[in-house]
Design a protein around this ligand. Sequence first.
Ligand code: NDP
Length: 488
Amino acid sequence: MFDKRKPKLTTTAGAPIADNQNSITAGPHGPVLLQDYQLLEKLAHQNRERIPERPVHAKGWGAHGTLTITANMAQYTKAKALQKGASTPLIARFSTVAGELGAADAERDVRGFALKIYTEEGNWDMVGNNTPVFFVRDPYKFPDFIHTQKRHPKTNVRSPTAMWDFWSLSPESLHQVTILMSDRGLPLSSMHMNGYGSHTYSLINAKNERFWVKFHFKTRQGHKHLTNAEAATVVGHSRESYQEALYGAIEQGNFPQWEVQIQIMPELDAEKTPYNPFDLTKVWPHADYPPITIGTLELNRNVDNYFCEIEMLAFAPSNVVPGISFSPDKMLQARVFSYADAHRYRLGTHYESLPVNAPKCPVHNYHKDGAMNFIGQRSGATDAYYEPNSMNGAVETPAYAEPPLKISGDAARYPQKDGAGQSVDDFTQPRALFNLFDKEQKQRLFDNIAAAMTGVPEHIVERQCVLFDKVAPEYGEGVRLAVVKARQ
Ligand code: NDP
C-alpha cells in the first residue's frame, strides 16, 4: 500500500512501480500480457537466485570480527597485521565439509575455520579447519577422497563403504580419522572448537629471514561436544543449531573469542625433524615447538545479508601478505591454485571486487574486462592498460621480493617420506592422540567408528582394524568389539 514515508518501489532500472499485487491480464481471469515487464523481471530474478554451492564446505556460518596482536612478532615477521598492537578487521566463516547447503549443522564432520583478514597490505586469508591435520598429504588424492564423502553416483546417498574403503587403503588418514571419530569430531557449535591453519606457512621478517609457522586458534568458550545421540536430538529440533548459536551469541553481545597461538620452527630445522614438517597429516609436537600466544580473535558483528557476506565470501590460501608466505606442503601448494579457481567458476572472474571480498586497501593491476567488471581499469592511470607503460600506471615494488625457497631434488612422483628421508610413519602421531584419551573417550571413539561403519563389508572393516592395531592393539580390538555390538 502507498505510504509516502516508505521508499518508493522501483524496477531494477529505477522506474517506479505502480502495482506490485496484480499482474496485467486481458480481463480479470487472464491471460497475462507479455508487456508486464515487472512480472517477467520478478520471475527471471527468482530463477537466478542460486549460485553453484561449494563442492566442499557448502554449509557455513560466519560473522565479522577483529584480530588483535599482543606479542612482539617483529623478529619473525614484517607483516603489519602481526605486529604488537595491531587490530585488524576480519570476517570468519565456519562450515561442515561434506554436507550440502541444506545439511544439518550438528553432523559429525570436520569443520572449516576460515578467516579473511583485511590488512592494510592486502587480504590475508587463513583457510583452516578445526583439526590440525588432514586425511591425505598429497593433493593428487584429494578429489578421490572428496568423492568418498559425497553421494554415491547410483544410490544418491552417502556411502560408508566408499569412505572406509578409501581410508583403509590410505593409512595416512588414520590421524584425522581418529580426530573425526573422537569427541572433537562433533563440536556443540563453531564457538566451542579450536581452529588450526593446519598447513605449515612461512613468516618472513624485515631482514628477509624465513621461519616456518603453524597457526592455532584456541577457543575461549571451552571445548564442548555432542555425542551422536545428543546430535540426533539437536537435529530433530533444528537443522540450523550452529547458525542459531553463533548469530544469537553475537546479537546478545556474547562475543566469542579464540586465543591466537603460533608454533615457530627455524628454517633449517625442517631438515632435521624426524617427521616431515610440511606433511599435512602431521602436527609439530608441542614439546618440540611450544605454542606461543600472540593475540586474540574475536567475532563481534553479525552480517547484514547472509548471501552477500557469507555465501559469496571467497577464501583463498593464495591470499598472503608481505611477511607471510607458503611452504613446500604439497596440499597447500594445490590449494593455492584450486580455491581461487573455484571462486572464478562459482562467482565469476572478478569475484574479488565483491564488497565482502574486496581488500580495504588500494588495488592496482592490469586485469581487464570479463563478466561483472564493474570497477573498470585499475592500473591507477586511464591510459595505462598494459605493462610496462610510460603512462604512469602502477609498477612493481622489488622491496617486497621474498627470500628464495630452498628446494633441491629431481622432479618425480615421489612417495612421501618423513624427515631425513625415513619411510613414512602414519602411526606414531595417531598413537600420541589415542594415548591422550581416557577410558570413556576411547569407548566413545570405538562406538562412533562402529556406528560410522554401518553396512560396510567385513573385509573393509577388518582392513581398517588392522591399521588401528598398528596405532595401538587396544584401538583395533576396541573397534572390533564395538562393531560386533553394533551389529547385534
Ligand atoms: P601434547 O600433549 O603437548 O599436546 C596435545 C594436544 O592435543 C593438546 O594441547 C590439545 O591441543 C590436543 N588435545 C588434547 N586432548 C585432545 C582430545 N581429546 N582430542 C583432540 N586433541 C586433543 O602432545 P603433542 O603436541 O605431542 O600432540 C599429541 C597429539 O595431540 C598429536 O599427535 C595430535 O594428534 C594431538 N594434537 C596436537 C596438536 C599440536 O599442534 N601438537 C594440536 C592438536 C592436537 P589444543 O591445545 O590444540 O587443543
